[in-house]
Design a binder for this molecule. Structure first.
Ligand code: XBP
Ligand code: MG
Length: 253
């Protein structure tokens, strides 16, 4: 029986990266008087590194002007990251990002069918709450039985920590959940925790590897273009996800 749908945040609930986190990083650089700006393309490369602060450290390491001292680098990355998150929350509150098409409808399916929802993300609680408050309104947070963030699971995806903790908080077994992800690191994290995973491709991971996912498609608003094929009309419903998952569980039984 399916007992929970576990959402990834960045790239899955919303396309937060290009117009949210990336812009916020650039504003933080500007505020620090740093000439660095991340173009859309450069940010795409850097997204291979999960975690905003880790991404800053990776970029610093790749630059000849980088600080040589590890502690100094870490201090700068921590300050920049904090500032970035403040800018990010402001951008989200201003409406810079919205939930991806089909997300609200799938959430409503969960409510109707009595399937719990949870969040398993690499980003911080403040960032998640900014998004939920803006996009789902006052009762948004209450719709999730567990919200597991960077503060709870410091070992970032592809490490399974965030999923393992989420399952523990929900009090369910891995096979009783479905994860929704967009990135290879997210898929790897869910699979390593034993959670069946579906991929909705996002802007920055449009062509990325999705090995291990039981279904992959361009978005929840249309069933067209999904693998396995399931028709051409309508959106991706929770009933459809459950049917795909059942076939997977039968195959692996
Ligand atoms: C995506 C990430 C995050 C965000 C930025 O997380 O890797 O690092 O890009 O957020 P997920 P932070 O897909 O698991 O939601 O700066 O807070 O890390
Ligand atoms: Mg993601």
């Amino acid at each position: 029986m399916l007992r929970a749908l576990v959402w990834d945040v960045d790239g899955t609930l919303a396309e937060t990266e290009r117009d949210g986190h990336r812009v916020a990083f650039n504003r933080a650089f500007e505020e620090f008087g740093m000439p660095r700006r991340w173009s859309e393309a450069r940010y795409g490369e850097l997204l291979k590194v999960p975690g905003g602060r880790e991404r800053l450290l990776a970029d610093m390491a790749a630059h000849p002007d980088a600080l040589r001292d590890d502690d100094e680098r870490m201090a700068l990355a921590t300050s920049l990251h904090g500032l970035k998150n403040a800018h990010y929350a402001r951008l989200v509150a201003e409406g810079a990002v919205d939930l991806r098409p089909g997300v609200r409808e799938l959430m409503d399916d969960c409510q109707r069918l009595g399937v719990q929802m949870a969040i398993a993300t690499t980003t911080s609680r403040a960032n998640v709450e900014a998004l939920l408050d803006t996009c789902l309104g006052r009762d948004g947070r209450a719709r999730f039985a567990a919200v597991v963030c960077a503060e709870d699971a410091p070992s970032k995806k592809p490490d399974p920590q965030v999923y393992a903790l989420c399952l523990r908080r929900l009090g369910i077994a891995a096979h009783e959940a479905i994860a929704i992800e967009d990135s290879p690191a997210g898929v790897a994290a869910a699979r390593a925790a034993g959670v069946p995973v579906v991929v909705t491709r996002s802007r920055y991971f449009a062509d990325a590897r999705t090995t291990g996912a039981f279904a992959v498609g361009p978005g929840l608003d249309s069933i067209a273009g999904w693998t396995p094929r399931a028709g051409r009309r309508g959106r991706v419903t929770l009933t459809q996800l459950m049917a795909w998952r059942e076939s997977l569980l039968k195959l692996s039984a």
